[in-house]
Design a protein around this ligand. Structure first.
Ligand code: ATP
Length: 416
């Protein structure tokens, strides 16, 4: 299995993910996405939106505000129940989540002296913000999950669009949690992005839960996850969130153990009842699929990372790859080649994310593109000037084939 360190180092070196505010020493739990990371995340979100909204007749999109009236969080139960148990090591005063027994026993082993722990107390994860100009300022919260924005707009969406139950509202956006122990790279961050569907059904309807479980698993596999590295894990009754009728996680076999990727929750009528929202003469039930964009980015990077003959290759699905095609003139000092290569580059750039490289030799350029997962490299050589064909080199097989310049655009669009 790939080591997490190898991916952390590649992510930094190749412009995927940097520590947040790095020049000031960083800030625990915050990360910045570089040029390739920003593309990867954007691709993930686009694919999700295509599958969950554009590809369906029963789902519409929403983009709600991050900060909402604090009454939302009181009604939803978050000001009381959105908490993790926190305990402190009395020797070194480090704080931990009390429900993670493995980490606690690892910490105990770190000490020579016997560790004793404080009593666990509930620590609320909502991040407070203060608004307004007069003191005392008004307290509000950065949203701890994007879900509530959907519920509070349920009636607006019903009134302003043609949806009828069963239907879903999809949303992608930032959420914030004051996590006690951020860690495992971006896996547990304090700022992260979620992609969620809230699917509204008639009371008593449970079959959509199984349907969405299968759909979501299929989506990850369709984008290149090996089914062997994924599994469902049903929540036991005691670990279910305060709102869930049933809940299951899709987990990935990460270097730090099986870890949650996405939660599928049957929330019953808990939320709409809390907000006193009805539809016709009843309170709908809700099935939720709640995935993390950052966890998806991390797990797809881990899944794609390969080392072969000292070559690092990111075997990302072409739809997720930050750059689809790289264009090279065979050499940089032959104006005719460079001009031809530039015109091909400009043409492909109209419809695809394409990069240009004329540094060093071709071998080095291939290695650099392999490391960021570019599926195809196009080389313009002397034959191109004779017969208008180029070589297209495939990242995974390293095979090269000659393709006519006039067919290049359709060659790539057929593969994407
Ligand atoms: P965990 O048990 O790991 O704290 P959770 O069960 O509280 O997660 P949910 O509230 O179900 O998570 O959130 C849905 C999704 O949002 C998760 O599956 C995950 O992909 C993402 N997510 C939640 N918390 C974080 C975080 N701190 N950093 C990054 N992504 C997160």
């Amino acid at each position: 299995m790939v080591a997490l360190d190898a991916v952390v180092s590649l992510a930094k070196r190749r412009g995927f993910i940097y520590p947040g505010s790095e020049i000031y020493g960083g800030l625990t739990g915050f990360w910045d996405y570089g040029p390739h990371g920003a593309e990867l995340k954007r691709n993930l979100k686009n694919e999700w939106w295509k599958a969950m909204v554009y590809g369906r007749d029963d789902v519409v999109g929403l983009d709600a505000a991050i900060i909402m009236n604090p009454k939302v969080w009181e009604a939803s139960g978050h000001t009381k129940a959105f908490a993790d148990p926190l305990i402190e090591c009395k020797v070194c005063h480090k704080r931990f989540r009390a429900d993670n027994k493995d980490i606690l026993s690892a910490h105990e082993k770190e000490h020579k002296e016997t560790v004793s722990w404080t009593e666990a107390k509930q620590f609320n994860l909502l991040t407070e913000v203060y608004l307004g100009v007069t003191e005392p300022k008004d307290k509000a919260y950065l949203r701890g999950e994007i879900t509530q924005g959907v519920f509070v707009n349920f009636a607006n969406v019903v009134a302003s669009s043609r949806v009828k139950i069963p239907f879903g509202i999809a949303q992608i956006g930032k959420a914030f949690r004051n996590e006690i122990t951020p860690g495992n790279f971006t896996y547990r961050s304090r700022e992260f992005e979620q992609m969620e569907l809230e699917y509204f059904v008639k009371p008593g309807e449970d079959k959509s839960f199984d349907y969405w479980k299968k759909e979501r698993m299929k989506w990850y596999v369709s984008l290149g996850m090996d089914q062997k590295h994924l599994r469902f894990r049903d929540h036991e009754e005691h670990e279910r969130a305060h709102y869930a009728r049933f809940a299951t996680d899709i987990e990935y076999e990460a270097p730090f153990g099986w870890s949650e990727f996405e939660g599928i929750h049957h929330r019953g009528d808990f939320d709409l009842k809390n907000h006193k929202i009805t539809y016709e003469d009843y309170t709908p039930w809700v099935i939720e699929t709640s995935g993390g964009v950052d966890r998806a980015a991390l797990f797809f990077l881990l899944e794609a990372y390969h080392e072969e003959d000292k070559r690092v290759i990111l075997k990302l699905h072409p739809l997720l790859a930050p750059i689809k095609v790289a264009v090279f003139p065979l050499v940089a000092n032959k104006p005719q080649l460079v001009e031809k290569a530039q015109s091909i580059y400009r043409e492909l750039k109209k419809n695809l994310v394409v990069s240009w490289d004329d540094r060093g030799n071709i071998g080095k350029r291939y290695l650099a593109q392999d490391e960021i997962g570019t599926p195809w490299c196009v080389t313009i050589d002397y034959d191109t000037l004779e017969n208008d064909t180029v070589t297209v080199r495939d990242r995974d097989t390293t095979k090269q084939e000659r393709v006519n310049v006039s067919k290049l655009a359709s060659y790539f669009s057929e593969k994407l």
